[in-house]
Design a protein around this ligand. Structure first.
Ligand code: NI
Length: 172
């Protein structure tokens, strides 16, 4: 197991749609363990393969809901959004690839995602609340989309300005 380096905004891999996972082998299972370890280390609730530099359709989540209901650890291989409610929900979002940035993002309130597990078995996840939001956020990563793409152009401009400033400060 290893903690992988998280890629930040500006890294091209975050903008490339991931390729379908085709090998359900020990390599995939090791990668899943690394994704979890990296996500927990960074105190995130979801992490997608492109965020550690791998252009693959694979993500992990561990979401504890506001109501305390625990969806548990989820591994989604080649996930697809099969249903998304017309009813939306607006809440604050952040991303491990854009540390320090947060903004209100409108998402579908309920979603159904179909995927396979690391053994290649089909799974279906129905969710609302925080898990529905996290699922949409992670699936976006697999298409090269970041949450800053889901806000108004003005808000995006402000976020990018803040990001640029934080990067300059980091460089000293
Ligand atoms: Ni993210």
């Amino acid at each position: 197991m290893a903690i992988r380096e998280i890629r930040y905004l500006g890294d091209e891999v975050l903008r490339v749609p991931g390729e379908a996972v085709s090998e359900f082998d020990d390599g995939l299972r090791a990668l899943v363990r690394d994704l979890f370890e990296t996500m927990y280390h960074a105190e995130g609730i979801g992490l997608a393969a492109p965020q550690i530099g791998l252009s693959l359709r694979l993500c992990v989540l561990d979401v504890q809901d506001e109501e305390g209901s625990d969806a548990g650890r989820l591994v989604l291989v080649n996930p697809e959004l099969v249903r998304a409610s017309r009813q939306t929900d607006k809440s604050t979002e952040g991303c491990l690839s854009l540390p320090g940035l947060e903004e209100l993002v409108t998402r579908s309130a309920r979603v159904t995602v179909r995927a396979t597990d690391p053994e290649g078995e089909s799974i279906e996840v129905e969710a609302d609340g925080l898990l529905a939001r996290a699922l949409q956020h992670e699936l976006d990563h697999l298409d090269g989309i970041l949450f800053i793409d889901r806000v108004s152009p003005l808000k995006r401009k402000m976020l990018l300005k803040k990001w640029k400033k934080s990067q300059e400060e980091d460089r000293g």
